[in-house]
Design a protein around this ligand. Sequence first.
Ligand SMILES: C[S@@+](CC[C@H](N)C(=O)[O-])C[C@H]1O[C@@H](n2cnc3c(N)ncnc32)[C@H](O)[C@@H]1O
Length: 290
Amino acid sequence: MTLDKAQDTEFVRFWNEVLEPKFTRYRHILQGGLSRHSAAIIPNLPIKKGMSVLDVGCGWGDMSLQVAEMVGDEGRVVGIDCVDAFLEEARKDAAAHGLSNTEFRRGDAEIALPESEFDYVVARFGTMFFKNPVAALRRMRLALRPGGWMTHIVWRRREDNPAWQAAKDIVLRHLPPPGEDADTCGPGPFSMGNQEMVEIMMKSAGYEEISFKRVDEKIMVGTTPEECIAFALAIGPAGEVFREAGEELAEAKRSVIEAEMREFFDGQERDEVGIWVPTSSWVITARNPG
Ligand SMILES: C[S@@+](CC[C@H](N)C(=O)[O-])C[C@H]1O[C@@H](n2cnc3c(N)ncnc32)[C@H](O)[C@@H]1O
């Protein structure tokens, strides 16, 4: 089920070629921020020594390594992601931690996952980009043994994560919205924000005992206002509008956009580490019947 490059969809190519360099550049912000939403959750999941766990969309794999410590030498963790560069970093970090119970594989969860192999499936901000979310969530369920559990963490709605929307609104005051055929990372970061809708998706994918837990966390979005602006224009909803407007138009409007963003980020909380914004996620847990 390892994904060969020849099988790459447009989506996988887009992640590897367009998004990867931006994600890698801002790893300190992304990993630092996303891990705040899992830090208190993962140690309290019923993941025990000896279990076998799959991490879908594992990225740089820091959460996979956290789980690998929980399952111990007698357990195993498989991290799957579609981006080669993230997987290389994950493998290096696993080796540096001396973790031999961890494996990182290139895969596309939309196309294939192992079947009936795992006691637990986890995903941190890795399920909001699926083109066919119900099919992919079902595939994640089928990766579980009967009676196994899954927990995925996704952003709540846009209005619960106002900084991303504010940054997008600023860019949209000066640039056109992306067209229908724009290159995107998938349905987008807030596509699983609506609890009722996600509950229906999870039920349609065959899960039972579905529960939602809300997590509110401030995350650091840049060490300086300049870095916040560069990050917002590179990644996320504002970054997508900026990229899709095309270089010429985007560069022509850059200074006015940056000035308005500067005003916005100057209004956010700042300490000696950087600039912080409030964010909110759902931790969704469910069981594979069996
Ligand atoms: C926002 S990042 C989160 C990464 C990591 N879980 C974390 O929290 O740091 C989303 C990840 O999902 C991966 N991804 C998106 N769609 C995928 C798919 N269909 N199959 C496998 N990985 C996917 C991306 O490559 C990326 O690493």
